[in-house]
Ligand binder design. Structure first.
Ligand code: C5P
Length: 209
């Protein structure tokens, strides 16, 4: 018998990370935030003084990732949100990260993974697939609060701009673009608070699993 795999995808700041963490805790499953893999790859390049379009260096950084070597606050910064979506558009970088994501998902107890292509590319056979969305304005508000709570100086208009640019880059790239899987359930969190969104996600898991 195979474990329960829950695939959560959606655009930047849709609330998918929080939902994935909550679902993992609730169902007792390990959780992988796959955005951190792309953020850490970009971080390694920047720290080495390499341009983000240096494919060889980017692939090497992706292959050599040890997430524990990074400061999570730095990885979640605005700078790395932007840089990660640039390296994430490189097909060779995506290829270098597939196996570790699939091996995480194949643990016997199951797993929760969140990202952009979990339901479409990484775990096409996942029993539960949730595509989390929210309006760009609502996502910008949430991201601004999140960054401010970590002491980063933020400007709402810039954050909204970042989010729109990242949506466009993530949806428009040819390699594993952000899109809803045919068999995913859409969850729009624009008008939901965390508890409401979590309850809705649990209901989807219960229905599908
Ligand atoms: O989810 P998060 O905002 O941390 O992801 C950072 C960037 O990494 C995204 O904008 C996207 O370009 C990329 N990403 C991806 N595929 C995933 C997860 C993240 O392309 N599965």
């Amino acid at each position: 018998e195979r474990g329960l795999v829950i695939a959560i995808d959606g655009p930047a700041a849709s609330g998918k990370g929080t939902l994935a963490r909550r679902l993992a805790a609730h169902f007792g499953l390990p959780h992988l935030d796959t955005g951190l893999l792309y953020r850490a790859t970009a971080c390694a390049l920047l720290d080495d003084g390499r341009p983000l379009d240096d494919i060889r260096a980017a692939v090497e950084a992706a292959r050599g990732l040890a997430l524990c070597d990074f400061d999570e606050a730095r990885l979640r910064s605005r700078e790395l949100g932007e840089a990660s979506s640039v390296v994430a558009a490189i097909p060779q970088v995506r290829a270098a990260l597939i196996e570790m994501q699939r091996s995480f998902a194949s643990r016997s107890e199951g797993a929760v993974l969140d990202g952009r292509d979990i339901g479409t590319v990484i775990c096409p056979d996942a029993v539960v697939k949730i595509f989390v969305t929210a309006s760009a304005e609502k996502r910008a508000q949430r991201r601004a609060l999140e960054l401010a709570s970590r002491g980063e100086r933020v400007d709402y208009a810039h954050i909204l701009e970042d989010i729109r640019r990242r949506d466009e880059r993530d949806s428009g790239r040819s390699s594993a673009p952000l899109k809803i899987a045919d068999d995913a359930t859409r969850l729009d969190t624009t008008d939901l608070d965390i508890e409401e969104a979590f309850a809705a996600a649990c209901a989807i898991v219960q229905e599908k699993a």
